[in-house]
Design a binder for this molecule. Structure first.
Ligand code: SF4
Length: 501
């Protein structure tokens, strides 16, 4: 049965209370947090967390109480910062002073109560790197940035070091994106997979031949349409990313159909980056790899997630470690492309021993990129339905430190990072690259500083506003039929938005 943590307050409005939802959830792995109007079940909670605020600007005090069904387990008062002082600071985020103070107080209370560590402090957004970008734009000097991250956002020093190291690696790419606004990225979605992974909520459409063929016919039409728009606006593509799903689930002939359309129509910059997410090793063969080679793909991903056969079976990957080795060997015959390998921390029944072994095996293969994800339990996944619970935040923090130190010691540099809701250990996903092998597209999609055209079901167009720092998202529906019906309308909106970009 799902265990529920109810969060309630008579003095803090729902909107503010809800902004703490994922922060509180991080301290209660495997339990469902219901806050504010999200509250569904008063009767069957495991814990009730009561928050009280005195609304005094100069001496703000939060009071917490945590109870089970029978009694108060603990309570605490927290004297927060003077709100006037906080409001006078130049801060990079959009949160109100009250939201910041409440989150700080929640961290103080829950770290005391659970003895857990919250290395990201009060930051709950997907893109913590944007705070650094914003602070640079606001002219906040480096030492002051560190102070704000430490004192206001309560971020731990190793995460600040990580953020700054990512910002350094991204700097030349972001400068180019800012200076050359005629360069754009292109994302092409192949939303099909051979089976659904345990932790995935993606509507990975089963491979139904007739749907697939109809989809590919529409996709190539949209590629032509996008190419016309790109040309008419005087733009050029400097990164193409074909992702999914699993693009290599397509046959060599089907891959050729898409790649051929791109090569004939899409205007590209010299030495553009061209990525295909091969993803599942069981979908790759020599013939497909040679097709990718012929069309100039210069980056591929081969994603084992784990190098433990028992785990792969448990998570429904339908491939073995032997498939990973075979596929990697075939791919390595081409020395001209960079290979990325994805790993996941927090897979079922995996701990330090399995992760150490997986990491050794992956590093021994010498890929140019390694991406380390922390498992995120997504609504709609089997993991969510089974109420999958893993270990504590402190446990995963230690393992992640080990993985990070090990990868960095081999010369890799962290160059992009992002976080997700319900991510294990409240950690982050980090992309590492050997120098010169950073994926520009990954930087563009996470930092949102370049126009990105999305083609295909579930893709998103990110079109920069004229201020060059904010953007608008224009989505293609995830559902295949809705996408095929409405792709021209979505594209028309994109074309219009580009006029104001
Ligand atoms: S390969 Fe990726 S997209 Fe496909 S089911 Fe697995 S996690 Fe989801």
């Amino acid at each position: 049965m799902v265990e529920i943590v109810l969060v309630e307050s008579d003095t803090i409005e729902n909107k503010v209370l809800l902004s703490c939802h994922s922060l509180i959830a991080a301290f209660f792995p495997g339990k469902r947090v219901q806050a504010g109007s999200d509250k569904l079940d008063e009767q069957s909670y495991l814990y009730k967390l009561n928050l009280h605020f005195n609304h005094n600007r100069h001496q703000p005090v939060f009071k917490f109480k945590i109870c089970d069904q029978k009694k108060v387990l603990t309570s605490l008062s927290h004297q927060a910062l003077d709100m006037d002082i906080l409001e006078k600071l130049t801060l990079p985020g959009k949160e109100s002073a009250l939201q910041i103070l409440l989150k700080q107080a929640v961290i103080v209370f829950l770290t005391k109560y659970t003895k857990e560590t919250a290395p990201w402090g009060i930051l709950t957004g997907i893109r913590p790197g944007k705070l650094i970008q914003k602070m640079v734009e606001l002219g906040i000097p480096d030492s002051e940035q560190t102070k704000l991250l430490e004192d206001i956002y309560l971020v731990h020093s190793d995460k600040i070091t990580l953020l700054k190291s990512v910002a350094r690696a991204q700097k030349p790419f972001l400068q180019t994106m800012k200076a050359q606004t005629d360069l754009i990225s292109l994302y092409i979605s192949i939303p099909f997979c051979p089976s659904r992974c345990y932790y995935c909520s993606f509507p990975s459409n089963n491979l139904n031949c007739s749907d697939l063929h109809k989809y590919l016919d529409v996709l190539v039409k949209e590629i032509e349409l996008a190419a016309e728009t790109i040309k008419s606006k005087g733009l050029r593509v400097n990164a193409i990313y074909i992702g999914g799903g699993t693009p290599t689930v397509l046959s060599a002939k089907e891959l050729t159909k898409i790649l051929d359309k791109i090569s004939k129509h899409v205007p590209v910059n010299d030495n553009f980056e061209y990525t295909v997410e091969a993803g599942r090793p069981d979908t790759i063969d020599e013939e497909k790899l040679r097709v990718l080679e012929r069309y100039g793909i210069n980056r591929i991903s081969i994603n084992p997630q784990s190098m433990q056969d028992s785990t792969l079976e448990r998570i429904g990957r339908r491939h073995t470690i032997a498939d990973v080795y075979k596929c990697y060997e075939l791919a390595r015959k081409n020395q001209n492309w960079a290979i990325n390998m994805d790993l996941i921390l927090g897979l079922p029944e995996e701990g330090y021993k399995e992760i150490e072994d997986t990491l050794k095996k992956v590093i021994a293969l010498n890929p140019e990129n390694i991406t380390v994800h922390a498992l995120a339990i997504k609504r709609g996944s089997t993991a969510w339905a089974e109420n999958y619970t893993s270990n504590t935040m402190n446990y995963w923090l230690d393992i992640q430190k080990y993985v990070h130190t090990n990868i960095v010691s081999k010369g890799f540099v962290p160059y992009y990072l992002y976080r997700q809701k319900y991510i294990i250990g409240n950690l982050e996903n980090i992309g590492y690259a050997l120098a010169g092998n950073e994926c520009q597209y990954n930087i563009a999609i996470i930092e949102e500083r370049q126009n990105i055209l999305g083609i295909g079901a579930g893709s998103v167009n990110k079109i920069m506003n004229s201020d060059k720092t904010t953007h608008r998202n224009i989505y293609h529906p995830v559902d295949l039929k809705s996408y095929m019906r409405g792709y021209e309308d979505v594209h028309f909106k994109v074309r219009k938005a580009l006029d104001y970009s």
